[in-house]
Design a protein around this ligand. Structure first.
Ligand SMILES: Nc1ncnc2c1ncn2[C@@H]1O[C@H](COP(=O)(O)OP(=O)(O)OP(=O)(O)O)[C@@H](O)[C@H]1O
Ligand SMILES: [Mg+2]
Length: 282
């Protein structure tokens, strides 16, 4: 018996859009452990967003089973309960904010849950503080930067105290500073608050920071392993339409030229250490 606790369990999970011939999510078997930071990579149209929407109960499985925090989505009530446990942050910061003042926007979710107003005030304050946006609580969301808007969107999600947050390319419309801000908040929520993160991205350097990467290809999970293991398989990644980080690629090239350094290298620092080790051994 394993004592691991899984917050997401998908068994032969499949989804087909109405009228579509192919499954957008095709017999996926995947378990996400409580407290894990899982990155999801895959080329355009591979099924990443559809998978995220299934986790968030925005859509229901066509076939197979999916349990999220022990719940299966069979009715509207289930979907409502699952969405409280598993929040979602989307790509476009402008489409997610509904109110004209930041703190009202963050209060929107908890208000819909019927939470008492004293508790809502506490949560809004805590959520804005957690994402580093408390000083902007009286501001108008449309005047914020993209990264700030995404952080307010995250505050709105965490104000509902979810166990899981799915980020669907939530940094892809941001400038480098905004990307960094949002990634930092996600990592902090994961490490300090124990929130399980599903981080859908097409940035390799973001995926490299995850505990594990799942590669989606044609609706299926093609590979799932640690970033080091995933990025050491350059040829396979290429076949799935993905690039290899520069240092992982260089390590593979050096190895095929007979310089047998580790193949589990992602960063420049790791390459430096490996090359020094190699040099002192020869
Ligand atoms: N609303 C929809 N109706 C019909 N087909 C859809 C719909 N949304 C997505 N699809 C199809 O389902 C498949 C998976 O799409 P999905 O959006 O999940 O991929 P993705 O990996 O998120 O892509 P991207 O990287 O472009 O965001 C694609 O073939 C897509 O064309
Ligand atoms: Mg998508």
């Amino acid at each position: 018996m394993s004592d691991r606790e899984y917050v997401i369990k998908a068994e032969n999970l499949s989804f087909r859009y109405e009228g579509a011939e192919r499954y957008a999510v095709d017999h996926v078997n995947l378990e996400v452990e409580k407290g894990e930071f899982l990155a999801v990579l895959g080329r355009n149209g591979s099924g990443k967003s559809t998978l995220g929407k299934l986790f968030n109960a925005l859509i229901e499985p066509t076939e197979g089973t999916l349990t999220v925090c022990g719940m299966e989505c069979k009715t509207e009530d289930d979907a409502f309960a699952i969405r409280q446990k598993c929040g979602m942050v989307f790509q476009n910061p402008d489409n997610q904010l509904v109110a004209t003042i930041v703190e009202e926007d963050v209060a929107f979710g908890p208000e819909n849950l019927g939470i008492a107003s004293e508790e809502i005030r506490r949560r809004v304050r805590w959520a804005l503080e957690t994402v580093g946006m408390l000083e902007y609580r009286k501001n108008a969301p449309h005047l914020l930067s993209g990264g700030q808007k995404q952080r307010v969107a995250i505050a709105g999600v965490i104000a509902m105290k979810p166990e899981i947050i799915v980020f669907d390319e939530s940094t892809s419309m941001l400038d480098p500073i905004g990307r960094e801000e949002v990634m930092r908040v996600a990592k902090q929520l994961n490490r300090e608050n124990g929130v399980t993160v599903v981080w859908i991205t097409h940035f390799m350097e973001e995926a490299a920071q995850a505990d594990r990467i799942a590669v989606v290809h044609n609706g299926s999970i093609a590979m799932a392993d640690t970033p080091k293991k995933i990025f050491s398989k350059g040829q396979a990644l290429k076949a799935f339409g993905l690039e290899t980080p520069d240092m992982s690629y260089l390590a593979q090239e050096l190895r095929s030229a007979g310089i047998m350094i580790s193949d589990e290298i992602i960063t420049v620092e790791e390459m430096e250490v490996e090359l020094c080790r190699y040099k002192s051994n020869t």
